[in-house]
Each structure stands twice: as C-alpha cells, then as structure tokens.
Design a protein around this ligand. Structure first.
Ligand code: SF4
Length: 388
C-alpha cells in the first residue's frame, strides 16, 4: 500500500450519509426518488451525531458526504457539519440547486468547517439543465450557489449525470466547470435506480467514447476529472484509450460512487485529498436516511442498520462488503479480466441489471483476451447497435 493510502479493508475512503430524502426538486435521474417531505423515520439529530461519532472510529480525517434528497431540507445541517468536524471528520455536502442554497447558508456551512461543496449541473444551458431537473430557475440558482461557494472560500465539485438526455451537453458543461473554478468534475454514468429507471443510459460503445474524451479533458483541464459508477475509466486511461500516455493521465483522475477512483493511489487536486481505487463496498459505504448501511447508494442491498449495528463493524465484517472487496469473487468477464484489481466494474450496475452484485458490468465494452464465457446483455442504451 502506498504511504498515506487507505486500507479499504479497514475503512472507506468515502462514507455517504443520505441525511434526508426530502427535496424541492424532482430530477429525472434521482436515485433517492426524492420526496417533498422528510420521512418520519429518518435519523434524528442525536442519532446522526452518534453515527458521526462511530464514523470517527474509522480513523483520522474520515471523509463524510452529507447527501440527500436535499441535505438543506433539514435545519440541523450546519450543526451536523460542525459536530463532525469537531469529531475529526472531513465533512462535505451535496445540496440541491434550490432557493434553500443562499449565500448566508453557504457561509454558515463554511464557518461550521465544511471542506467542499458539490453541485449538480446536467446541462450547458439553463434550458437543458432545467428540463433535466424539472425545475425552471434551477440552473440560475445553481450558478449563484457556485459563485457563493467560491466567495466563501470553499472548494467546488460539479456532478454531472451521463445518459442519453445529457451526453451531448458534456462539452458545454466542461466549459462551465472551468469557468466556475471547480476543483473536480464528477461524471456519473447512469445506473437505473430510483427515478433514473425512466432514463436511457448511453450504450457501452458510447460510454467508451465518452471515457476517451474525458481522458483528453483530464489532460488539459484546470480541474480533476473522475467518473462515478464507471470504474472502467481506469482501464481506458491505463490502456491509453485513443492516446499514448494513459498512466500519467490516469494519475489525475478518480472515479467514485460518489465513488470509485482511478489507478494511481496518489492524492488528487480536489481539496479533500481523494484517494483512488474505490468501488461500492470497497472504499465506499452509504447510510440511508433511515440508517440502512449499503455498499453504495446505487446498490440497495442493506448489510445492517446504524440503529442496531456499528457502521465500522458493518463495513469491515459484513459478508456482502467482504465479497465486494475480493476481485477474485467477481463473475463473468469481470472475474476473468486483467483489470479487475484496478477496475472491477460497477457493482451497482451489475446488481441493477442482474440482481447479482458480483456479475459483469454490462456498460463495459471490453472483452478480456481469451475469454470465452457468457457476456452480459449489452443491447441497451442510446447509440446501441440496432437489433437488425
Ligand atoms: S471487464 Fe469488468 S473488470 Fe474488466 S475493464 Fe470491464 S468492467 Fe472492468
């Protein structure tokens, strides 16, 4: 293990806590299938603080992402950020682009110790973004929040969903990410979970071309680039994609679920010291609004609940988590692939399409040399080859 790298058998690089599913938006891709109101059984402030205390047992500087829904639909968000910061955690936030995200609130979060703000942009124009987010004015609100984030001295991450509806927007979004002075662009390849089931993923062939393009972007951009639920980005980067310098380029990339990461193991320039080599249950864990512990928010198979179990124990010892950390347990072409230790495929997508989290990732176009076993059904997605 490289100096400073995490031991993914002992702790996640990223622990996401979905503090609520309440949200004022109804985005087309929403994993949480967000609701207008808070769930009556969501973790209370006291239970949340116990969870943060427990998370601090992973070790110094554990990264915690408060997500939703819209985490600002709770009125204790800044309190939780301050509590986690005092407990030695690195607290970050993924709020929704709504009117709740005021400059005053952003400054209060910065004062509470927030380390990074992640905002979603899914279109290069107000019309495209607002159509995807199903809310007129969301784009302008997000731009205001991004500027307020920068003014508060907080590093900004931009999250973007890749699917048929957004893939042509990527160049314009890249330009926005640069203009906003973001430190990291997190590009999420759709997994059909929650409301995302009604969207069209891109085809494996289109995904491959997008990843090659992202490698080019990462070469030149003043921000880091990572993919989410597409760890084969590492394979594309390491193999050079359409280029020759894959290893160097890969060193500047990461992939998380909020996520999985690239292959170098070194710190990335995103303000939180992101480490690389993360997939669901393997450097990553997710706690739902009611306390269920999942390998990721896109792999809804609970291995415990923080009301009864310690999140540290679940992460380290639950059979599901242990199996997800064993590349040799993978099935299909992922199990036969020479990249399984640095990639391993999206376990969430394998689960969404087959019900087996250890099956091959159907979004990956690669077939390992000499592999003659069954291939996943890949006849889905925009730009897919026609059946005839
Ligand atoms: S076959 Fe599986 S392990 Fe290999 S590159 Fe594709 S997704 Fe990754």
């Amino acid at each position: 293990m490289k100096p400073g790298a995490i031991d993914a058998d002992r702790r996640p690089f990223v622990l996401i806590w979905e503090v609520t599913q309440a949200c004022g938006l109804a985005c087309k891709h929403c994993r949480a299938d967000a609701q207008p109101r808070r769930h009556p059984d969501e973790l209370t402030t006291a239970e949340g603080k116990r969870l943060l205390d427990d998370a601090s047992e992973f070790g110094d500087g554990q990264l915690v992402v408060l997500s939703g829904g819209d985490p600002l639909a709770r009125d204790d968000t800044a309190d939780l950020v301050e509590y986690g910061t005092d407990a030695g955690l690195r607290m970050t936030l993924t709020p929704s682009g709504t009117a709740s995200l005021t400059p005053d609130r952003i400054r209060a979060l910065a004062d509470a110790g927030l380390r990074r703000m992640a905002l979603s942009i899914d279109g290069g124009s107000a019309a495209a973004h607002d159509e995807f987010r199903q809310e007129r004015g969301s784009f302008e609100q997000t731009m205001r929040a991004a500027r307020a984030t920068r003014d508060a001295g907080l590093p900004l991450q931009v999250n973007t969903t890749v699917c048929a509806e957004t893939v042509d927007e990527l160049p314009a979004i890249r330009d926005l990410v640069a203009d906003l002075g973001a430190v990291l662009w997190s590009v999420f390849f759709l997994v059909p979970v929650g409301r995302g089931r009604v969207l069209d993923p891109v085809s494996p062939e289109r995904a491959e071309r997008v990843m090659e393009w992202l490698c080019d972007v990462a070469d030149d951009a003043p921000f880091g680039v990572k993919t989410t639920e597409a760890p084969h980005y590492r394979r594309v980067a390491l193999s050079g994609g359409a280029h020759a310098d894959g290893d160097d380029r890969a060193a500047g990339t990461a992939d998380d679920a909020d996520g999985d990461a690239g292959p170098s193991g070194g710190p990335s320039p995103d303000g939180i010291g992101r480490r690389l080599g993360i997939t669901a249950g393997n450097g990553f864990a997710f706690v739902s609004h009611v306390g269920d512990v999942y390998p990721s928010g896109f792999l809804p198979e609970a291995a415990g609940n923080v009301r009864d179990d310690g999140v540290v124990d679940v992460y380290r010892d639950a059979a599901l988590f242990e199996s997800l950390r064993d590349p040799d347990a993978l099935g299909g072409k992922c199990g036969a692939c020479e990249y399984r230790h640095v990639c391993g495929g999206s376990r969430s997508r394998a689960y969404a399409y087959t019900g087996d989290p250890l099956a091959a990732d159907p979004l990956c176009a690669y077939v390992p040399d000499g592999y003659a076993g069954p291939l996943p059904d890949q006849s889905f997605g925009a730009d897919a080859p026609s059946a005839d």
